[in-house]
Design a protein around this ligand. Sequence first.
Ligand code: SF4
Length: 450
Amino acid sequence: MAQLAPTTTDSAPNGAPRISFVSLGCPKALVDSERIVTRLRAEGYELTRNHDGADLVIVNTCGFLDSAKAESLSAIGEALAENGKVVVTGCMGAEPEQIRAVHPSVLAITGPQQYESVLAAVHEAVPPKHDPFLDLVPEQGVKLTPRHYAYLKISEGCNNRCTFCIIPKLRGDLVSRPLADVMREAEKLVNAGVRELLVISQDTSAYGVDLKYAESKWKDREWSTRFFDLADALGDLGAWVRLHYVYPYPHVDRVMELMASGKVLPYLDIPFQHASPTVLRRMKRPAAQEKTLARVLSWREAVPDLTLRSTFIVGFPGETEEEFQELLDFLEEGQLDRVGCFKFEPVAGAPANALENPVPDEVKAERYERFMLKQQAISARRLKRKVGTRQQVIIDSLTPGGAIGRTKGDAPEIDGSVKIAARRPLRVGEVVTVKIEASDAYDLMGTAGF
Ligand code: SF4
């Protein structure tokens, strides 16, 4: 058992809250403890060696063997007796009922690696002393995107095994963040001025599968750690919510109601990668068995202004002319709005490299050209339908006499934009109504303040 107190003090003359920290178990648990302690120190908490006199005790438990569980329970008991305010985390936190059965009065129980939940429990019991002159990190964290939009990562890793991809080898299986953790970060971002949240992960529609859709408490309500609930809860924050990397599983249908009611942007980024069932099988793509075209058409019926974005790979090993033609037909029938295309390239370590019949480079290049020509025509047609309409546009940057912005159908960096002429000064991050007057293959042009 380690009593962590790297910069300990038994008195905190500056009035900073004091935490006593007990770390049990293996090196992985110790790393978790170090991360929590680092965050606590960065937020101005002091560490103390004694439970007695601390404002709170954190016990990072081990649940590997029965003897380790017994040691964890006894450490919690000691902390309760000496202090009374105890937050439990770590491996044993994955079985909260075992802890509650013996120690019903612990303040909060979180599982391993749930740093955000531990920090949230500490903040609730003993709020940090925020000093804007001393704290290097702003309350919402450090962001690398402009102030008005932010990426929100909801999980790490992936349970799929697409044959062209090595991400699961590099990052492991899916690990979702509990819904309340994601929501706390999202709320902080919105409070700090973010107007658009971009939900990202390797497989957003699989969110929560690893946690068996565990209940998560947010704003006095139990939510399920699941794709629909997260989209619904994010929709309450009053920012634009854009969903990326969603696969066309049947349960995605439900999100259409959130889009139709305006809670979530009518936008889905679905990396289809191909449309031929035989190629999708060779790729081992998720949802490859689903009736994708029928699903896309039913979504369009439910949400007529839905923008669909996707990426595709041409020249995957064994791709025949017929299979490629199926892909072009899908583009035509599905009328996808925004599409990226890549020529297949072997990635070191990917199983697809060993597949038979690699497609020669010149065939790949020729298919790429045909694909792009077809998609350009579709994209131009779809954008032209917006000419004459009024669109809500978020301003990304200012230009002499106007600004560059994006409609609800355009994600930053990857989609098109709107060139705006304005009769009044605009602000970055502002959402304005723009009358669309012209379009080309990728972008729109219009006037604000008409
Ligand atoms: S390409 Fe497939 S395996 Fe790779 S991250 Fe995406 S869904 Fe997971």
